[in-house]
Design a protein around this ligand. Structure first.
Ligand code: PEP
Length: 255
């Protein structure tokens, strides 16, 4: 099964609008000849319209870092899936560990957000991962199992087709922004597990189609070994995506 690799950059709460636009422009220039890898960057909500506009017709797609699952209403400070789609963005990160950790994101809200995203044809990148404590207590598989099953619950029985664009991102929390990367064996084990879990929940065909990204301190000097793992279909990159000169090396799998 040929899955097109996806290298996605999460810019978190970095870069003003003008900084985001100039970084995006530089990245677009650097990636002009890249056609075999999908590339995405996720700036802040505020920069989405500016950045999508700047990147029209380039190889770099745009995603949001979050959404709110209601369509509209009295939800001060929130942004709907439709509003994100309207900016020209194509992807949305859902359930990032920083949202789970600091903003009360739960498996239930993740589920609702994925539902809202798929309704307007935004590609959901569903983030899952265990903490260091959970790994040390040998709960990694149980945690991932719970996050996947609860986050995708009704899709399994009701509506698997609407999930066809789903991207999963395995991001062990202990590896995010810490400089610690999961080992090749650890990543291999988890990605295999996740694909077989998706296969059990949906079908083998479905599981073979979806992309599973690894995230957690991906850098130019470790991306090659990570991307060589059979079930790794790309990377979700935080810190190293902020600098186009570094990010382009990751996009080229730093060969
Ligand atoms: C992330 O924010 O999803 C991430 C993986 O961050 P970093 O690459 O900085 O660890």
């Amino acid at each position: 099964m040929n899955r097109i690799p996806l290298i996605a950059g999460n810019w978190k709460m970095f870069k003003t609008g003008s900084e985001a636009v100039s970084t995006a422009e530089k990245l677009a220039n650097l990636t002009q000849n890249i056609t075999s890898t999908d590339i995405m960057i996720a700036p802040t909500h505020l920069s989405l319209p500016l950045v999508t506009q700047k990147l029209l017709g380039t190889n770099v797609k745009v995603g949001a870092q979050n959404l709110y699952f209601e369509q509209e209403g009295a939800f001060t400070g929130e942004v709907s899936a439709e509003m994100i789609k309207d900016t020209g963005a194509e992807y949305v990160l859902i359930g990032h560990s920083e949202r789970r950790q600091f903003f009360g994101e739960t498996d239930e809200s993740v589920f609702k957000k994925i539902k809202a995203a798929t309704k307007v044809d935004l590609i959901p990148i569903m983030c899952i991962g265990e903490s260091e404590k959970e790994r040390n207590e040998k709960n990694t598989f149980a945690i991932l199992d719970k996050q996947v099953k609860n986050g995708l619950k009704d899709f399994v029985s009701d509506d698997p087709d609407s999930l066809s664009s789903l991207v999963l991102a395995y991001e062990p929390i202990w590896a995010i922004g810490t400089g610690k990367t999961a080992s090749v064996d650890q990543v291999d084990e988890i990605h295999k597990y996740l694909r077989s879990l998706i296969s059990q929940l949906f079908s083998r065909d479905f599981a073979l189609k979806i992309r599973i990204l690894y995230g957690g301190s991906v850098k130019p000097d470790n991306v090659k070994e990570l991307m060589a793992i059979e079930d790794v279909d790309g990377a979700l990159v935080g810190g190293a995506s902020l600098d186009p000169d570094k990010f382009i090396k990751i996009i080229g799998f730093s060969s």
